[in-house]
Design a binder for this molecule. Structure first.
Ligand code: HEC
Ligand code: HEC
Ligand code: HEC
Ligand code: HEC
Ligand code: HEC
Length: 194
């Protein structure tokens, strides 16, 4: 009896490990960002170290999001350095006046309403609380799209078991609600959905 139990335990463990290891690989498709942008270079070399220099809240309280190509043109009208990434920016986007098709890791489904002004200005939350270290990174990470839901992987998060979670490790409905509960915030269905 203990032997069959042992065999079962080994088989069960192996199946679990295979599932947790293989499932995300099948479920998510990787896409590359259009340009190798580095936050770190800009903090060090461009003098635009404040996040708000590029990701500003507008006067109407709306959030500017990822900056338009026009805002890069002031510095990148012609290449300053010798990197391929900068040449691609100048030749493929700045000179032809084309928008860069950035893939947004944090993008929520269309029925979700989210305001940066409420969270950064009113609640005083740091960007990293929800986005992790993205604003200090030295490379763009691959964007992973869930083949079933079409959502970015950053919504459901990386952990299959959903243990050891901080808000920036996923931003599902329960992640929004967990922080709200901790801070005594009441946002009804229609506060977050439209
Ligand atoms: C020189 C302009 C510039 C500055 C300064 C800047 N960013 Fe960015 N940021 C970008 C661009 C361009 C992207 C799109 C490429 C990418 O995802 O890395 C981006 C993307 C992001 C994203 C990804 C959003 C998503 O979900 O796809 C986050 C988060 C972010 N920035 C946070 C920050 C923080 C925090 C700071 C300050 C520490 C900062 N940024 C400073 C230009 C800038
Ligand atoms: C205030 C000036 C300034 C602005 C605005 C600016 N950059 Fe840069 N950027 C720099 C400097 C300086 C470098 C470093 C050039 C070098 O030495 O190779 C750089 C380098 C780069 C590179 C080369 C790879 C890297 O990051 O090291 C890319 C790509 C780039 N910038 C994209 C952007 C994009 C996209 C925007 C607009 C969202 C932007 N930059 C806005 C100053 C700026
Ligand atoms: C409370 C969590 C939270 C905080 C704090 C926060 N963000 Fe976000 N951010 C989000 C969510 C959620 C989205 C996706 C919004 C959507 O899809 O409508 C997002 C989207 C973004 C995007 C992509 C926007 C786009 O659509 O192009 C950028 C860039 C970004 N955030 C930067 C920042 C910066 C910079 C800060 C700090 C000043 C910050 N965020 C603070 C949760 C947060
Ligand atoms: C604090 C913000 C917040 C509140 C409050 C909230 N939702 Fe959501 N909801 C979200 C976010 C973010 C998503 C998208 C991410 C996800 O799928 O978990 C979502 C997704 C959903 C979905 C799609 C399910 C899915 O997994 O894709 C349904 C249905 C839904 N919400 C219904 C409701 C109802 C009904 C209420 C009120 C009882 C409610 N929500 C309250 C933030 C919220
Ligand atoms: C890390 C904590 C944190 C996370 C994560 C977070 N929020 Fe919030 N949220 C707050 C705080 C704090 C407030 C209260 C702001 C204030 O009024 O001072 C708030 C307020 C709100 C409000 C306004 C509620 C009201 O009527 O006062 C909405 C709507 C909202 N959040 C939506 C969301 C959605 C959607 C998400 C997930 C995508 C989310 N929040 C994730 C902390 C968070």
């Amino acid at each position: 009896m203990p032997r069959t139990l042992l065999a079962f335990a080994i088989g069960f463990g192996a199946a679990l490990a295979a599932g947790w290891g293989a499932f995300p690989r099948v479920l998510y498709q990787k896409k590359v960002q259009p340009i190798e942008f580095r936050h770190k270079t800009h903090a060090a070399k461009s003098g635009t170290s404040a996040c708000g220099d590029c990701h500003a809240l507008r006067d109407d309280g709306g959030f500017g999001g990822i900056p338009a190509t026009a805002s890069c043109a002031g510095c990148h009208g012609e290449p300053m350095g010798a990197t391929k990434a900068e040449a691609a920016l100048v030749n493929d986007y700045v000179k032809p006046h084309r928008e860069t098709p950035w893939l947004v890791y944090a993008r929520q489904p269309a029925n979700v309403r989210f305001s940066h002004a409420i969270h950064t200005r009113l609640a005083g939350l740091k960007c990293a609380e929800c986005h992790g270290a993205q604003g200090e990174t030295d490379a763009v990470k691959p964007y992973e799209v869930n083949r079933i839901s079409g959502y970015s992987r950053d919504i459901w998060g990386r952990s299959m078991s959903r243990l050891r979670r901080a808000p920036h490790e996923g931003m599902k409905m329960t992640d929004c609600e967990d922080c709200h509960r901790k801070r005594g915030v009441e946002a009804g269905c229609l506060g977050c959905h439209q």
